[in-house]
Design a binder for this molecule. Structure first.
Ligand SMILES: Cc1cc2nc3c(=O)[nH]c(=O)nc-3n(C[C@H](O)[C@H](O)[C@H](O)COP(=O)(O)OP(=O)(O)OC[C@H]3O[C@@H](n4cnc5c(N)ncnc54)[C@H](O)[C@@H]3O)c2cc1C
Length: 533
């Protein structure tokens, strides 16, 4: 039997964004949090480096703002950047209050209690971290707080299928009033009604064959918002990490850039180095340059991967500097003190998303989007390292304030009918879903990846149009499953990425096309508006 639930606020997603918002609201109203798997199944727990914030006396808001604007290749929204950076200290203080065990400062004569590290693009030490597993520390702390919080009801294994809007219900007014969600245990679709709905569903990097993200990064929030009539922006800007372990059993394992920092060489399958042909800094060139060079060589040679080799360094040095990489690779039979590591670039971060203002408010009344799902304007054409967790925290706080200020004015949601399964049957051909998943992620990788051309994008457009038709038919005729919901969302997101990439007639930040290798004179966001807007 499907069930009907009603809360003041429905938060879809339990990563850094969703749980931070939930914890700030639960003392004031009833809150439901949905996660499509376990509470920690998003990207948050995998974040390694840390969170950027202006915490040091030597640092300044202006410096963090300028660094972010430069990284974003003239496409950041300066208001959003300032807003995020100005609120960075407050967000970190809140996390510390929740109990996140950030690494303390070991310099005794410093008045800075936490150790701050520096990352690419940042001109100061401003990355607060918990050793090399910051995301895990944040995730564990927030989950621990959330499961003990009164007023907060947690639903795991519930996959939101679509938003419920007044327009779809044909009641008067405009706005979001809940979501349908597939219960992974009962296999029924439940109704979650709410006065405010928040998409905190993470990114969409699973649209690519290789990704550093967990399986659930299928862009569900972006697709649901788009289908409900919200605009999206800058979907062509996908950040690729240059080195992810290439092994059939090793999903999503990043090989840290520090290996290259310590002298590791990138090699072709024939054992020859190649980075000197692309940049005089060789292996130490910036992330996007290295990713493009690897992609170029893989395409040129038709090879599945390249290799990262640090075996010329003493074994003790390797084991003591890179214990996690050493252990993890050994699990797959690769001894990095002797063997080169097979690596591929991998989709890492979705810079575009659902358009929101500084309160996380989307185009639709009572619908918010926060975290990687959203487009705030902070990242521009390229995300600066460690600004993403910060964005989750700052926008969770501002959305909480906005929701609390409107709590007494937004009416109860109207009657919502049950999910209608009367027209569909059980699928007898799940192979279609598996096949389309593979096909989509493969052509996105080959044609819409790190280096693009008009011809490749047109090929991808042709394929996504066919696939979308097939998936829509399948969705209309058969009972839904988790895989089908994600495939349907991935196909929407893939289409948005391809269309946005086709619209950008220049190379800027993370979008690089051989047909337009230069910057255009006037930086512009790529805005897409759905038909029903
Ligand atoms: C390997 C790795 C390293 C990184 N390192 C850093 C770093 O050092 N610093 C930094 O700032 N950023 C880093 N990032 C990026 C950062 O981790 C993410 O941008 C951030 O964690 C996103 O948080 P989120 O709350 O928006 O989404 P997520 O943490 O991805 O959570 C998404 C949530 O939404 C739920 N969900 C999704 N779809 C549905 C649905 N249909 N129904 C119900 N629930 C749904 C999921 O179950 C999950 O709970 C890294 C990312 C990766 C992958």
């Amino acid at each position: 039997m499907s069930q009907v639930f009603q809360h003041d606020v429905l938060i879809i997603g339990s990563g850094a964004a969703g749980l931070s918002l939930a914890l700030q609201l639960a003392d004031h109203c009833s809150v439901a949090v949905l996660s499509k798997g376990t509470l920690d199944d998003g990207s948050t727990r995998w974040a390694q480096g840390g969170i950027a914030a202006v915490l040091d006396n030597e640092d300044s808001i202006e410096s963090h703002v300028q660094d972010t604007l430069i990284a974003g290749a003239d496409l950041c929204d300066e208001e959003a950047v300032r807003f995020t950076v100005e609120n960075s200290k407050k967000s970190i203080d809140w996390l510390i209050k929740q109990g996140v065990p950030f690494t303390p400062n070991d310099e005794h004569n410093s008045d800075q209690p936490y150790h701050l590290t520096r990352e690419g693009g940042h001109s100061h030490r401003r990355i607060i971290h918990a050793a090399d597993a910051t995301g895990l520390a944040v995730s564990n702390t927030l989950i621990d707080q959330a499961i003990h919080k009164d007023g907060l009801e947690i639903f795991t294994n519930r996959m939101a299928v679509d938003l419920i809007t007044r327009r779809k219900l044909d009641t008067h007014g405009h706005g979001c009033v809940g979501a349908y969600a597939l219960n992974g245990e009962s296999e029924h679709v439940d109704v979650f009604k709410a006065r405010f709905v928040i998409l905190a569903t993470g990114g969409a990097s699973k649209v690519y064959l290789y990704t550093s993200n967990p399986d659930g990064s299928s862009g569900d929030g972006i697709a649901m918002a788009w289908r409900s009539g919200c605009r999206v922006a800058n979907m062509e800007f996908n950040q690729f990490h240059p080195t992810c372990l290439y092994h059939p059993q090793a999903k999503s394992f990043l090989i840290t850039e520090a290996l290259r920092g310590e002298g590791a060489h990138l090699l072709l399958p024939n054992g020859k180095r190649f980075m000197h042909r692309f940049d005089e800094r060789k292996e130490l060139a910036p992330r996007d340059v290295v990713a493009r060079a690897i992609d170029h060589e893989m395409k040129r040679l038709g090879s599945d991967c390249v290799y990262l080799d640090i075996s010329h360094k003493p074994a003790d040095f390797i084991k003591s500097h890179f214990p996690t990489v050493y252990e993890r690779c050994l699990e797959y039979g690769i001894d990095i003190t002797k063997d080169p590591i097979p690596v591929v670039p991998a989709a890492h971060y979705t810079c575009g998303g659902v358009i929101v203002d500084t309160k996380g408010q989307t185009d639709m009344p009572n619908l918010y989007a926060i975290g990687e799902t959203s487009f705030t304007g902070l990242h521009g054409a390229n995300r600066m390292a460690s600004n993403s967790l910060l964005e989750c925290l700052v926008y969770a706080e501002s959305a909480a304030q906005d929701i609390l200020s409107k709590l007494d004015t937004v009416p109860e949601p109207p009657y919502v009918p049950d999910w209608d399964e009367s027209q569909v049957t059980d699928s007898d051909e799940d192979v279609v879903i598996a096949h389309n998943w593979d096909e989509l992620r493969r052509f996105m990788w080959d044609y819409v990846g790190i280096v693009r051309t008009n011809k490749r994008l047109q090929r991808a457009k042709h394929r996504i149009d066919m696939l979308n038709k097939e998936i829509s038919e399948y969705y209309s005729n058969y009972k839904i499953s988790g895989d089908l919901i994600e495939l349907r969302n991935l196909s929407v997101v893939a289409d948005l990425i391809i269309r946005s990439a086709l619209m950008r007639k220049e190379s800027r930040g993370l979008h690089y096309t051989l047909d337009y290798p230069n910057l255009s004179a006037e930086p512009r966001n790529t805005l897409l508006t759905p038909d029903q807007w």
